[in-house]
Design a protein. Sequence first.
Length: 217
Amino acid sequence: MTELTLVIGNKNYSSWSLRPWLAMKHNGLQFKEIRIPLYTPESKPKLHQYTPSGKVPVLLHGSQTVWESLAILEYLAEEFPNLHWYPEDKTAKTMARCISAEMHGGFQKLRDNMPMNCRGKLPGKGMAQGVQQDIDRITTIWRQCRQKFGEGGDMLFGKFTIADAMYAPVVMRFVTYGVELDKVCQDYMEAILELRAMQEWLKAALMEEEVIERSEF
């Protein structure tokens, strides 16, 4: 079988990298990891060796180069259809795809003002104008999915899916910035944090020494 290689950024900061890494680890895929620290003079030249976008993450699979988190996850779902990437129910699958795309393209206020920083403990920081609206929309999504589709497990659709991978960086943001949540959302966050793959990512993130000033307060 052709080897999978995933190019990622700093585990402490790179929310986009976390998504495919978490899903691949959780689903038991074997892959080589190439970590390129971001926002250094060497970052762009190194990244352009692997992708025309010059950004992480990037999946290399034989002759295929796939970039952008959601595109990587969709590619993996096609290449490894025997694994659980989406709910089987058509309505649930449609919902999972919609909220994954919404996460990929939206919530800019949250991204700008609450950058992912796994090592950080910054309760109350980042609550700029528009951030609460993003938080409210995300928590509404989580509650709707858990209440309508969450039977059979602790994830948004019961079992872990691409949608959970897409929202995992938001979980880390809510932890770092001490966002207060209702019980349904808090329980979901704790379930994500307890995943073995998530624990592995966090352990590595805490050991990193690089500091990206733009993601620090």
